[in-house]
Design a protein around this ligand. Structure first.
Ligand code: PNW
Length: 455
């Protein structure tokens, strides 16, 4: 694999998953704090109250990023740290992100900031959360103050991270906060997230005349039918509509997919929450497109479901999440996006894997993760050889952290975190990634990570 000079390597995290400092520095609760406190929602009722203690250890974490040698770091801001109450700006919260951004720059690391990575303030939820159209205005208050305070030092903005998860896992499937199971709410929530995305893009470009690139990050999963049967093909089309097209079509074509609107109308009472002009705002052109890729989906028809089809068993190798390791399908996905949706520069804003890591004599030999990363970076390199214009790659994640409903049970980091001592220990994958970054690919076949010295 090989990467040209302008390709950027990075790592990614998000606020709730690493910061901790639950009620400190003026922060109030988010929907994830209360979701974690609700029995039965999160593995062993784990929570992000301390997490990686990054709020207090960010200097040390910046040194880890520097040591990895990556040129960019993607993180998100905690909304209830910046607006602990409706309309009330918390200077101390904002100062944390100013300090973090400034220190990253001083160390030569380009900050890429996500505005919303799922930690909605509880005050906003109590007024209906994303189901309430006013959420767009609340989000704009957050976007405006972040732009004003941080834009000069930021290299790229991401409005939303994975509205599929925030919308459908949060309001339809109930696996994520706020834990609702109501498709009518979910479709509205997604609409308001997408609308707030478009408004933020317009504000940055038109009002502030900023040149900082801005985009959105979607989690996309190429979907395949288990068999050629008409029923399985239909199931795959609908699962693709639910997972991918419901987000891609509005962002790039300014319309929701009609087949899915019809299918959803069994649960969605009316589409009149889509106001005149909304779709133009949602499809405002961005500077880049962010994609989080983890796995493919393979589905088989089930008469009980319209679009939430059973994941069919496959004989593919799996990660610790039970997700198929599918780098070839990642290539299919990118080719399809180029054909059907966009010419924008693409950034892989997340890619990575959880495995059952074992700390042994101060080392973590995470061969599975090393292999996963190499295969997907090889795919990125191959795709660029085909002219697919992928401009960067952010490994998820910099370090083990709070993995949402799986708590601390699933470790995605390339740096191991001892959650008792808060010690950070490089896994083999961190050494390997640093080597690939340093060589801008693989110039040699030496995979002996123990002997690599990273300055
Ligand atoms: C993404 N799914 O979440 C998030 O952006 C990260 O915060 C998270 O830690 C990472 O991927 C690993 O899970 C997802 O169920 C959560 O398909 C769930 C799904 C996809 C992405």
């Amino acid at each position: 694999m090989h990467f040209n000079k302008s390709f950027v390597f990075g790592t990614a995290t998000s606020s709730y998953q690493i910061e901790g400092a639950r009620l400190e520095g003026g922060r109030t609760l988010s929907i994830w704090d209360t979701f974690c406190d609700t029995p039965g929602k999160v593995y062993q009722q784990h929570n992000g109250s301390v997490a990686c203690d990054h709020y207090y250890r960010f200097e040390e974490d910046i040194q880890q990023i520097k040591k990895l040698g990556v040129e960019t770091y993607r993180f998100s801001v905690s909304w209830p740290r910046i607006f602990p109450e409706k309309g009330v700006l918390n200077a101390e919260g904002m100062d944390f992100y100013k300090k973090l951004t400034k220190r990253l720059r001083e160390e030569g690391i380009k900050p890429a900031i996500t505005l919303y990575h799922w930690d909605l303030p509880l005050w906003a939820h109590e007024e209906g959360g994303w189901v309430n159209r006013e959420s767009v205005d609340w989000f704009m208050d957050l976007a405006k103050v972040c732009f004003q305070e941080l834009d000069a030092e930021v290299d790229s903005w991401i409005t939303h991270n994975e509205p599929w998860c925030a919308g459908f896992l949060g309001y339809h499937q109930g696996f994520h906060a706020p834990g609702h199971t109501n498709m009518d709410e979910a479709v509205k929530a997604v609409h308001h997230m997408l609308l707030s995305h478009g408004k933020a893009v317009q504000y940055l470009k038109n009002e502030l005349q900023s040149k900082t690139p801005i985009g959105i990050t979607l989690n996309l999963s190429p979907i395949y039918a288990k068999t050629d049967s008409a029923n399985d093909q239909l199931a795959a089309n609908n699962a693709d509509g639910y997972s991918n097209r419901w987000f891609l079509d509005p962002v790039f074509k300014g319309q929701y997919p009609v087949d899915m609107m019809n299918l959803f109308s069994k649960y969605v009472h009316s589409y009149d929450f889509i106001k005149a002009g909304d779709m133009e705002i949602i499809s405002t052109s961005c500077d880049f497109f962010g994609i989080n890729y983890y796995s493919r989906g393979i589905v088989e028809f089930s008469a009980a479901n319209d679009f939430l089809h059973r994941g069919a068993h496959s004989d593919y190798e799996k990660t610790g999440m039970g997700w198929d390791i599918a780098p070839e399908e990642f290539k299919d996905l990118i080719r399809r996006l180029r054909q059907e949706y966009t010419d924008l520069p693409i950034y892989i804003t997340e890619n990575g894997a959880a495995f059952d890591d074992v700390l042994e004599n101060g080392r973590v030999h995470d061969h599975g993760r090393v292999d996963y990363i190499e295969k997907h970076l090889q795919a990125v390199s191959d795709l660029n050889d085909e002219g697919m214009n992928i401009e960067g790659y952010y490994l998820w994640s910099l370090m083990d952290n709070f993995e949402w409903s799986f708590g601390y049970d699933k470790r995605f980091g390339i740096i191991y975190v001892d959650f008792d001592s808060q010690e950070r220990i490089w896994k083999d994958s961190a050494y390997r990634y640093a080597e690939i970054v340093k060589n801008r690919g693989t110039n040699n076949s030496n995979k002996e990570t123990d002997t690599i010295s990273v300055s």
